[in-house]
Design a protein around this ligand. Structure first.
Ligand code: THU
Length: 131
């Protein structure tokens, strides 16, 4: 298992690759799989705005597409004084693939806190309800 600093550093590096010409708000994410692999994502915007993908979803979809199905932790980095938490849709996507994962929020200089996804997404909808 990588340490927090390594996961956060990977998210910071991914953030540098963000395609965010419209909002100028760059985000990086790094997800650690059960086998210790780190998969990163950055936000990728689109001129139609609505097709923008958040960094967290890019990281999860890259990892799932590479065959990973079990995850330990995700780090999210933005250049903000307050922590930047995953948006609602990203929380739902993280829940689908990661369950009650640890969510680490950081900016460019500090680790700003650790959360459980269950606390960020209480009473989640998921496949258990589909019977
Ligand atoms: N964004 C993310 O990538 N992750 C978040 O947690 C919050 C928002 C992106 C989407 C958009 O490209 C920009 O940040 C501004 O909302």
């Amino acid at each position: 298992m990588s340490d927090d600093a390594t996961l956060i550093a990977a998210a910071r590096a991914a953030r540098e690759r963000a395609f965010a010409p419209y909002s100028k708000f760059k985000v990086g994410a790094a997800i650690e799989t059960e086998d210790g692999t780190i998969v990163t994502g950055c936000n990728i915007e689109n001129s139609t705005y609505g097709l923008t993908l958040c960094a967290e979803r890019v990281a999860v979809f890259k990892a799932v597409s590479d065959g990973h199905r079990a995850f330990r932790r995700v780090a999210v980095v933005a250049d903000t004084a307050d922590p930047t938490p995953p948006c609602g849709p990203c929380r739902q996507i993280l829940w689908e693939f990661c369950g009650d994962i640890e969510v680490i929020l950081a900016n460019l200089t500090s680790d700003m806190g650790h959360h459980r996804l269950k606390d960020l997404l209480p009473l989640p909808f998921d496949a258990r309800l589909l019977g």
